[in-house]
Design a protein around this ligand. Structure first.
Ligand SMILES: CCCCCCCC/C=C\CCCCC/C=C/C(=O)SCCNC(=O)CCNC(=O)[C@H](O)C(C)(C)COP(=O)(O)OP(=O)(O)OC[C@H]1O[C@@H](n2cnc3c(N)ncnc32)[C@H](O)[C@@H]1OP(=O)(O)O
Ligand SMILES: Cc1cc2nc3c(=O)[nH]c(=O)nc-3n(C[C@H](O)[C@H](O)[C@H](O)COP(=O)(O)OP(=O)(O)OC[C@H]3O[C@@H](n4cnc5c(N)ncnc54)[C@H](O)[C@@H]3O)c2cc1C
Length: 666
């Protein structure tokens, strides 16, 4: 049955004022990436083995086995189709199910590439690439996650046998959380305190075999398992996040990843001439990939909410005529369009961060460590900002879809449940913002010593102007000037950072000041990260962008992104004196105008994400808009509807009814 709602989307698409095909290329990043992404998405969508609409109805064991089947199918298809690394990674992405392959390819392999010597890479990478071993990344322990220096697991060198002894000295030292560890991985990179000659030398990575390659049983001295069911139905429960205890497990000396620190046959510890933070390199790499992933998750939720808002009608006609599309309500627009704009903003900043990461990697290879602190601050800060916004946005999209958003068939509850741990893994978002704040305070204090800030802090070099400037905006249109917008953002971020640095200096020690002022520091860090996102978006829309109307649409989205932040943080913009209350009102006025401009293009702007119905996994977000019939069909498929009279009627409903009848006769 096809209902009238379907025509709504066709109508919407006919209103687009830009070339959707060209926007698809801009979103993908290039024609090549678009082609690969599109092909892989279609392969997954058309393969029944990758069906996922039953995920929320499966119990944990069935769910997990189902994921194992899919992962094996991914590996088989990648081999059969002779996929390149780029293609295979897209294929895994569209399977859209957390599983051990994420950790194997996403952390185990990068850890060996980043921290192994050439010899170690030659030994382990071919095994991992051919998947003759499956690996994961075990850093977090039951007692410590954020505080990496607080990890308890030890790796003690035994010069008699030329081995390390990996040991978990307490319950709190058990590794706890690593994905793929609980049931699947044969190998792990374990982070442990290096002990040699009775002395501790810091935290390093060690490759340890966990399970027999013959029958998958744990090797002697290893106690291992899954940590239990996690938040939400389906969602991250497809993953075997695990625990492991090492009881004096021996590994050969050359299983320590020795690129930055070598332990000799005699047990001498030789540090290379590199910063010790290089050991944290895998985290920097993964944080950068998480920023790119944020735009995918956010755009997916926004695509569902925009399409459904175009279909859903409420009020507006008292005589049973056609009602108003909820997308036409200004309140709906003010909640939804900033999220649409944020999806594009995060896509562009994610691309830029990839470039930054490639740049710092090249420099590190040439022993230039100068940009490492900035790369750490950018990856940590943007990971934090984009994942926090995305998690909140998915929940907002659920609400924007009214009651139906709460159904699993909307796709939003599972998306939220699977996404929300991104605010915690790879570094708790607050802990990461404090790292950014530390970097900012250092940058500000170095200004006083005449040191010129570089990279994303270059704007701070304009210190005198940023401390005194007053916004020149005197009409709503002035808020469409990139220089006016950027100045406001830079001045707010700089003034917050300077205030923090000044206030910290009033304490007896910097550490005491930093601890006491951490709430302000987090706000300063967010303000700085928003400068990065806004300025990258502005840079993007100033480039040549092919396609009719594409640049104009991106300009509208860019200003929506910036002006909604001015509205959201108006307290900070006003209290730092960067703008006046009148200017805040003008910015809001402009924002309302921009919402009106984006309205006719909204459906086409989400079509530009080019998502298949399989990937969206949502009755509300279907490309054809056939929402109600799909909701109904999916309801009928619910296991509770397998029988008309429910199981349990005889045992639990009939006796209650009988008892009630007896009582009423009394
Ligand atoms: C519907 C289905 C959909 C399917 C979707 C599938 C989705 C799947 C997507 C993705 C899969 C993701 C899988 C997730 C896997 C998760 C893995 C993990 O979580 S691994 C564990 C991660 N752990 C952490 O991140 C721990 C966080 N803690 C730290 O990083 C550190 O401890 C610290 C907080 C940074 C503190 O470090 P330290 O104690 O050393 O202290 P400081 O004194 O603060 O720092 C000293 C100096 O070092 C600098 N520094 C710190 N870190 C770094 C770094 N990484 N690089 C460079 N420099 C660094 C710091 O700035 C200090 O510098 P100075 O100020 O002294 O100059
Ligand atoms: C789904 C998922 C997958 C994961 N996968 C892996 C994996 O594959 N491998 C792995 O090693 N780990 C993994 N982890 C663990 C993850 O990296 C840690 O949970 C994360 O780093 C946070 O550490 P924590 O749990 O110790 O949080 P805690 O540090 O205990 O945080 C608790 C609270 O304390 C606050 N807090 C902590 N320190 C400070 C501070 N200095 N100042 C202010 N506030 C503070 C935090 O903001 C938070 O609100 C995974 C976690 C999840 C949820």
């Amino acid at each position: 049955m096809v209902v009238a709602s379907v025509d709504n989307l066709a109508d919407e698409r006919s209103k687009a004022q830009f070339d959707v095909g060209a926007m698809k290329i801009v979103w993908a990043g290039s024609k090549h990436v678009f082609d690969v992404t599109d092909r892989m998405a279609r392969i997954v969508a058309s393969d029944p083995e990758f069906r996922k609409d039953n995920r929320t109805t499966l119990g944990r064991k069935e769910l997990f086995k189902n994921t194992l089947r899919k992962m094996a199918h991914v590996v088989k298809r990648a081999n059969e189709l002779r996929l390149t690394e780029e293609e295979a990674s897209k294929l895994r992405f569209f399977v859209d199910e957390p599983g051990y392959l994420d950790l194997h390819w996403g952390m185990f392999v990068p850890a060996i590439k980043g921290q192994g010597t050439e010899e170690q890479q030659e030994k382990w990478l071919p095994l991992a690439s051919r998947m003759e071993i499956i690996g994961c990344y075990a850093q977090t322990e039951l007692g410590h996650g954020s505080n990496v220096q607080g990890l308890e697991t030890t790796a003690t060198f035994d010069p008699k046998t030329d081995e390390f002894i990996i040991h978990s000295p307490s319950l709190t030292s058990y590794k706890w959380w690593p994905g793929g560890l609980g049931k699947v991985s044969t190998h792990v990179v374990v982070y442990a305190r290096l002990v040699s000659g009775g002395q501790e030398h810091g935290i390093y990575g060690f490759i340890v075999q966990l399970r027999s390659l013959d029958d998958h049983t744990p090797l002697p001295g290893i106690i291992i398992g899954d940590i239990g069911t996690k938040f939400g139905s389906g969602a991250y429960n497809t993953m075997d996040n695990g625990f492991v205890c090492f009881n004096r497990v021996r590994i050969p000396r050359n299983h320590m990843l020795m690129r930055f620190c070598q332990v000799t046959r005699e047990g001498n510890v030789c540090l290379s001439d590199v910063p010790k933070q290089m050991v944290y390199g895998t985290m920097v790499y993964v944080r950068q990939t998480i920023v790119s992933d944020a735009s995918w998750a956010l755009s997916r939720a926004v695509c569902i909410a925009v399409r459904y808002s175009a279909i859903r009608r409420q009020f507006g006609s008292q005589d049973r005529g056609i009602e108003t599309q909820v997308l036409d309500y200004k309140t709906q627009q003010s909640r939804l369009f900033p999220l649409l704009a944020s999806a594009y903003a995060f896509r562009f900043v994610g691309e830029w961060l990839k470039w930054l990461y490639a740049d710092v990697t090249e420099r590190l290879q040439a022993n230039d460590f100068s940009t490492l602190p900035e790369a750490h601050a950018c990856t940590a800060g943007l990971k934090s900002l984009t994942t926090s916004v995305t998690a909140d946005a998915i929940e907002e999209c659920r609400k924007l879809c009214g009651g139906h958003g709460y159904l699993c068939s909307s796709g939003l509850p599972e998306l939220f449940a699977v996404y929300v741990p991104a605010c915690t893994y790879e570094g708790d978002n607050v802990v990461l913002l404090l790292q950014v704040a530390r970097f900012l305070v250092k940058t500000v204090s170095r200004l006083a010593a005449g040191k010129k800030p570089v990279g994303t802090t270059t704007y701070m070099g304009n210190a005198e102007h940023l401390m005194q400037c007053k916004s020149s905006a005197s009409s709503p249109e002035d808020w469409l000037k990139p220089s006016v917008v950027l100045e406001a953002f830079e001045a707010r971020a700089f003034r917050l950072a300077v205030a923090c640095a000044r206030d910290i200096s009033k304490f007896s020690t910097p550490e005491a000041g930093f601890a006491e002022l951490s709430i302000d520091l987090v706000e300063a860090a967010i303000a700085h990260c928003e400068v990065i996102v806004v300025s990258r978006f502005i840079e993007k829309v100033q480039q040549d962008i092919p396609g009719d109307g594409v640049k104009e649409q991106l300009q509208i989205l860019c200003f929506i992104y910036a002006l909604h932040l001015i509205h959201k943080h108006s307290g900070e913009f006003l209290s730092t004196g960067c703008i006046t209350p009148e200017q805040a009102t003008l910015a809001n006025e402009q924002l309302r105008t921009l919402y009106g401009q984006v309205r006719p293009n909204a459906v086409s702007l989400v079509d530009a994400f080019n998502y298949t119905d399989h990937y969206l996994g949502s009755a509300l977000g279907r490309y054809d808009g056939n929402v109600y019939a799909t909701l109904y069909a999916q309801a009928l498929r619910d296991p509770l509807n397998d029988t008309v009279v429910p199981d349990g009627y005889e045992e639990f409903i009939r006796p209650v009814l009988k008892q009630t009848m007896r009582l009423s006769r009394l």
